[in-house]
Design a binder for this molecule. Structure first.
Ligand SMILES: Nc1ncnc2c1ncn2[C@@H]1O[C@H](COP(=O)(O)OP(=O)(O)OP(=O)(O)O)[C@@H](O)[C@H]1O
Ligand SMILES: [Mg+2]
Length: 146
């Protein structure tokens, strides 16, 4: 488990970039954390690190946005996904192994995540610009990431 403290949105984007640099192209990155935690900011950095520099925003209505960079990136927002049928219809299972999946509101699809999933939990703090990141599944890259 890696702990990382971000003191502003740029540091969160940079963390996303560093994590991008260790990806092989078929990872599932499950993000946990409240509204405004920084899930989309992190994903923006990650996509940038994979050479996708156009707009990245929460796919709240679309459920999934696709970006193409060094790898295909599937950016999910599971906020409205409340059943396994819903999840199935997003194409989640078809995208697995075909690119990097980055998932906001993974709380809603916990049952669909396997043991290889990279888990990133973002906690807010009393300071409005400080976030605590807990990263599970990337311990071997700790030197690069933190
Ligand atoms: N250290 C930080 N890291 C990330 N964002 C921060 C930080 N400090 C302040 N912020 C602000 O918090 C907000 C994070 O927004 P973002 O859209 O990334 O959150 P989110 O977790 O995707 O929320 P939602 O669940 O609504 O999609 C932005 O307004 C950003 O400027
Ligand atoms: Mg978001």
């Amino acid at each position: 488990m890696i702990k990382f403290i971000s003191n502003n949105v740029n540091q969160t984007e940079d963390l996303g970039k560093r994590i991008a640099s260790v990806l092989k192209g078929d990872e599932v990155i499950a993000m946990f954390g409240d509204l405004g935690a920084g899930k989309t900011a992190f994903t923006r950095g990650l996509a940038c690190g994979l050479d996708f520099v156009e707009g990245v925003s929460s796919p709240t209505f679309a459920i999934v946005n696709e970006y193409s960079g060094k790898f295909n990136i599937y950016h999910f927002d599971m906020y409205r996904i409340t059943s396994e049928d819903d999840l199935y219809s997003t194409g989640f299972y078809d995208y697995l192994d075909n690119g990097v999946l980055v998932i906001e509101w993974s709380e809603n699809i916990e049952y669909a995540l396997d043991e290889n999933t990279i888990r990133i939990t973002i906690n807010k703090t009393d300071d409005e610009n400080t976030r605590i990141f807990t990263i599970e599944g990337l311990d071997e890259y700790e030197v690069v990431i933190s």
